[in-house]
Design a protein around this ligand. Sequence first.
Ligand code: NAD
Ligand code: MG
Length: 498
Amino acid sequence: MTREAPRPDTPRAEAPVPRGPSEAFAYAPAPESRAVVDIAPSYGLFVDGEFREAADGKVFKTVSPATEEVLSEVAQAGPEDVDAAVRAARAAFARWSALPGAERAKYLFRIARILQERARELAVLETLDNGKPIRETRDADLPLVAAHFFYYAGWADKLPHAGFGPAPRPLGVAAQVIPWNFPLLMLAWKVAPALATGNTVVLKPAETTPLSALFFADVCRQAGLPPGVVNIVTGDGPVGAALVAHPDVDKVAFTGSTAVGKEIARTVAGTRKRLTLELGGKGANIVFDDAPVDQAVEGIVDGIFFNGGQVCCAGSRLLVQESVRDEVLDALKRRLTTLRVGDPLDKNTDVGAINSAEQLARITELARAGEEEGAERWSPACELPTTGYWFAPTVFTGVTQAHRIAREEIFGPVLSVLTFRTPDEAVAKANNTPYGLSAGVWTEKGSRMLRMARELRAGVIWSNTFNKFDPTSPFGGYQESGFGREGGRHGLEAYLDV
Ligand code: NAD
Ligand code: MG
């Protein structure tokens, strides 16, 4: 088709002005099918290769945060069940740890392949139980989950060459407690290295997102994993507390809030148990005046709106050089008007639901504090669904370092914008936090990138990108973001007696 050039003598028709994001970016609904996943009305605990009810028969419900629909009823473990799971893991340890590494690898490779084969089912399940967009579970969570199992399967027969001595030994029974923001991915980060090194595990998923871990139990059965090597106990905080306090546990691995991490550190102190903690963060995304603005804007969006900002390494503080502040903020706001917030199962959705009513209340409270303390609040026009837990993408400008929204982890789609003039000021502001998990640096100057990488106190520093993950790369924090590394060769160390 050719377009006719307007003739100079005819008045030009006014181009229609898009009135809002919904009109300019009206996409037809593209829902992923729910039918690919079969959710049972109830699930038991996975202990010694079998699903069983809790000893006292207690259950709790898990809902879809996007609709508040009850998805299933799940067993609430008690101390007796935790004990049974630890016993099963202990009983399985002798044979599992004695297997040649190449034999353990076969199981892990098999699990990895089954996870790939069932990726669509698991992605839909995760989106339903967690509320995050299918675009993320399909394109980020599930591929990374499989990659993690493949990666650690590859290490299982090479441990004598991993740099931890000629015959590194497993620790024993690993108690693993994980959060709700990346339910299956955090499971993979914990279970894959533990099994590769010859440990057995008892894992407690978060109470709002237990389903993908229970489906993983089924994957273990499908892979023929010996009973007791992986056990899953579902329930709330006290179940996690009972698990980490169990006397027959050798290793504790926790990801979650700093408050609970500190409590666990107190429980474990003075015992023989080994501990790794992956806690909160208040990541700085630092944009220098020579950064490519459009690329930086994509990185800022990825940094704080990926998984609705419910990410421990989120770039929740934007530090932008004063001379480009207005240009970056204008471009950012323009970009945010194109974000599609809504049904997580729709393949066009960028930002899904907040995981729980409690989390929504925490975000709402902190955002209110931001306004009360004098920062300026802005959100793009967007219609939020009327049921479920939702929070509009939000940007606070005029934020100072004293504001709560600059210091506390919000764990939601809320960006706090601060400015700086010199690289020294950027480093000082970025490091002015009790955390130290992640940072991003946007500049075209290689020497500046390297200098920032040296001076920023963060476990992960991304340069001209953000929120990139790879199983070969170690991840972990400084200070109150925790200690120990997950991923890469370093991740083996947490599960070996070195
Ligand atoms: P949380 O730390 O309470 O929960 C994480 C996991 O720990 C869950 O499985 C929970 O059941 C378990 N747990 C709770 N209390 C426990 C205890 N005393 N002993 C052992 N296990 C226990 O996190 P939350 O309440 O869901 O979220 C609160 C805040 O934590 C969020 O607002 C966010 O700031 C932060 N958070 C961080 C991460 C992260 O990846 N670092 C993940 C989730 C939440
Ligand atoms: Mg749920």
